[in-house]
Design a protein around this ligand. Structure first.
Ligand code: PLP
Length: 476
């Protein structure tokens, strides 16, 4: 129900205090033609309205949220306390730098920590999301080749197990995409990679672990092949939750990386809220960054490097997300960072092994932070699809995994439990998955009809995407 539908005309709007200064009416031409349409309801009704809405939402604070490739982990509340400090929130982006030294120090320290974790030399916090970081990283690669007078490189190689944003970013940056198929084992096909590598290749973008949850075992060979043909290696580090503190993309031969602070480094996300996709690079690309923090005497200052690609976002980027990330890293400490990754990988493997006896695992073996199941066998035998199982999970109070992605797996469900779930929670969810499998075998109709216990039942998702109704029509 909308707030307008709850209100009753004549109840009044008591929240706005009476005007105690002389009223000056606007010119007729500036006046609105119709009265302003505002809902009239009491404070208690208003509170109930928003509480009701909140109850219809689902988030990490409500329960299990295994949305693969999204790292919906629990975000410690202390991060919010730090990001709410007035010293961080009540600054203005145009304030002179000597008055915001503390904020710059936050960025400098976060840069140092994240460079240490990734094996990179410098980092920019300007990009507002992962995909924005990819675009920025590709511009660095382009600027690098251009600066050497090497203009013949027009292609970016992207394995088909990459995140969907990778090819989109490459095209945005003006490149054409060469897609490399994965082998039987879910890793990059090295022969195909060698065939594609040449002097028209600007670089490679590798999502690692890839979207089937695997760490590419040939990673050193992959970066070697690309460097030998004169290309640069880009690491999509949005999934760093599986490897941080364990191995460093810089040591694997990558030249540039983006991270998703709003995944691995603990900022609530979903619903399109602000994100942060910092880009780190090796020394040879640093001169192209949008801006870098330098120490001048005792003071920190942003400078634009010599051959900068220019600003890609206003001011400092989404600064408060950097505050959350730094808080998170300082709380974890040197020992805690690899422990997070270890537990993320352990939880994913635990679930995968427990589910193996009924669900088909797309790529058997050890997974990283997530795994992919294929429900195509179940669909053939019972008519129950990945979508139906996802809807059945909703009825059990569980957020579904990512569905129908990656595209290279038929009837895919991509499960990422994250490290912040207990064994008890995992066991409960495993039991629900198994129960749904039995239901599918017994009574497919029950799952075709799901969900029945949610605020809205099965929606016309294609209709919602094709003909979205984004506007409310008042009845009068
Ligand atoms: C989430 C994700 C992205 C894109 O990040 P956004 O912040 O949504 O733009 C890119 N690559 C991978 C591997 C991801 O998981």
């Amino acid at each position: 129900m909308l707030v307008f539908e709850r209100g009753r005309e004549g109840r009044g709007l008591s929240l706005i205090p009476a005007c105690d200064v002389e009223l000056v009416m606007p010119e007729k031409s500036d006046k609105r033609k119709r009265a302003l349409h505002l809902p009239e309801l009491s404070e208690s009704e208003l509170c109930r309205h928003y509480t009701d809405l909140a109850k219809e939402c689902y988030g990490v604070n409500d329960g299990f949220y295994p949305l693969g490739s999204c790292t919906m982990k629990y975000n410690p509340k202390i991060n919010e306390d730090m990001a709410a400090l007035p010293e961080f929130t009540e600054i203005h982006p145009l304030q002179p730098e000597h008055t915001v030294q503390g904020c710059l120090e936050v960025m400098k320290t976060a840069e140092e920590y994240l460079c240490e974790i990734t094996g990179m030399k410098r980092m920019t916090f300007q990009p507002a999301a992962g995909a924005h970081g990819e675009f920025t990283g590709l511009l660095l690669i382009k600027a690098y080749h251009d600066s050497r007078g090497d203009k013949k490189r027009t292609k970016i190689i992207i394995p088909d197990s990459a995140h969907g944003t990778n090819p989109a970013s490459a095209v945005m940056a003006g490149y054409s995409v060469v897609s490399i198929p994965s082998g039987e084992d879910g890793c990059v096909d090295l022969e195909k990679l060698r065939e594609a590598a040449g002097d028209d290749v600007a670089g490679l973008m590798l999502t690692n672990p890839n979207t089937v949850g695997l760490f590419d075992k040939n990673i050193l060979e992959i970066t070697k092949i690309i460097h030998e043909c004169g290309g640069q290696c880009y690491y999509d580090g949005a999934n760093l939750n599986a490897v941080m503190g364990m191995v460093r993309p810089g040591d694997m031969g990558f030249d540039v990386i983006h991270l998703n602070l709003h995944k691995t480094f603990s900022t609530p996300h979903g619903g399109g809220g602000p994100g942060s996709g910092p880009v780190g690079c090796k020394e040879h690309l640093a001169e192209f960054l949008p801006s870098i923090l330098v120490e001048r005497g005792e003071k920190l200052s942003f400078v634009k490097p010599r051959n900068s690609i220019g600003e890609i976002k206003s001011f400092y980027g989404n600064f408060l997300i950097v505050v959350r990330a730094l808080t998170y890293l300082m709380t974890l400490g040197r020992e805690g960072v690899p422990q997070v990754s270890g537990n993320a990988v352990l939880n994913a493997n635990y679930m995968m092994h427990k589910l193996k006896d009924c669900y088909t695992i797309a790529y058997d073996g050890v997974c990283m932070h997530e795994f992919v199941m294929s429900l195509s066998d179940l669909k053939k035998k019972s008519g129950v699809s990945a979508m139906d199982i996802a809807k059945g999970l909703l009825d059990n109070g569980i957020h579904p995994p990512t569905m129908y992605f990656p595209l290279i797996v038929d009837e895919a469900l991509m499960v990422e439990p994250t490290e912040t779930e207990s064994k008890e929670t995992l066991d409960e969810v495993i039991a629900v998955f198994k129960k749904l499998y039995k239901t599918a075998e017994r009574d497919a109709g029950e799952l075709h009809a799901a969900p029945v216990h949610t605020p809205v039942t099965r929606l016309d998702e294609v209709g919602a995407a094709r003909h979205p109704v984004l506007k409310y029509e008042f009845s009068k």
